[in-house]
Design a protein around this ligand. Sequence first.
Ligand code: PLP
Length: 469
Amino acid sequence: MPTPAPTPTATPTTTPPATAGDNRPPSHLFYQARQRRPMATRAEGIYIWDEHGRRVIDGSSGAMVVNIGHGNRRVLDAMKRQMDQATFIYRLHFENAPAEDLAAALAARCPAGLDRVFFVSGGSEAVESCLKLARQHAVATGQGSRYKVISRFPSYHGSTMGALSVTGHAAFTTPFAPMMHESPKIAAPTAYLDRDGLDMAARGRRYADMLDEEIRRQGPETVLAFIMEPIGGASTGALVAPDSYYPRIREICDRHGVLLIHDEVMCGAGRTGRYLGGDHWGITPDLIALSKGLGAGYAPLGAMIASEKLVRPVLDAGGFQHGFTYAGNPLAAAAGLAVLDEIDAHDLIGNAARMGDLLKSRLDALKRRFPFIGDVRGRGLLLAVEFVSDPETMATLPRALNAHARMVDLAFDRGLILYSRRTRGGIDGDHVLVCPPMIVTEAQIDEIMAIFTDTLEALARELSLPWSA
Ligand code: PLP
């Protein structure tokens, strides 16, 4: 069973807020934001401790990465064994057993036919690899006119220039627009927002048909691929399309000879209660990008998975002109293999499905007390809660309230890490993601819910939002 919870060394609510300023000297490091963060000193299971002994629940598994929890013995031991043998073997000089075995294990988990694996070190690299293999396949098969990759708005596919060009998120892309290849976008299937009298199946088909229209508008002979997240990540807040959407998208891609790329970077590797997000609908894409939960925070690891049909012409035409130095290194692969073993040994995918259902129903129940919760969505342990000013119309909260970020800060101060964004559909909206590791227990769900509820009360008081005791 999952690792038992370690005894807390401090009560989260009695310690000083972790987001408060401190007197540390200036740092040489910088990331996106100005704000300094507390120094982490230890992590185990679903918990992280800071230098003051304060414990927080990793309610977002980092950035939906640490799927099997922190400090897992099986993975650490496997990595130590591999470190004693070799930490780096360059893939153009030797093959190595962990990379071979992990590729075979992934092929066994992917839909039939998707059995060629190309390792990378992260999600953006996995997406870049899919875009470049798709293009090289087109060139190798006499379809050189195909180069456009259609994606959705909003969406997030990574921060490197290629992955960014298919990302639908103005804040990330605008500064780089002149440097990027423009790629067409269609609306993400935010069917839950529509007030059109149609049933969900009809809405799903309508959103899928936007792809057909866009391919025709662009000229089918110019369109290379369509990339989508089967279950949305941070950009849409765990967006799930109506069931009718998925097969229709596959059908439209087939009709126009357009490759279907599933970006499974966040929703893949078991978090949603199936190994792949696309497995919920039995869809076989042409290419899969996988990362995050694959190395589960133990090693930077990602993969592109493709069919032999796609790979063979590229190899026959002289090879895949692409690769990263750290790709396929044995240490990361050994970690990835042990992560899969741990998932299987404890049925963590089943646990993600069961605990996800429990957590979702508990979050749903909060709508009665907090009418500013407009939607609770997602699958398994990839869940999001959206805040609105009116649950009937789903009108957004005023941007100036910054509700999603306040929720994250107030939760952190109470000992719970959440993840948030202000995006949805064409308009922006507030959502927070609740995505604990797949090892989470029922008692820990109680713990998460207690802090989440207390935080909602604090948020409602602070922003004068409606709630009842
Ligand atoms: N694709 C999706 C769906 C993601 O959620 C992310 C990261 O959040 C990426 C790609 C990029 O992954 P990375 O940050 O590992 O490069």
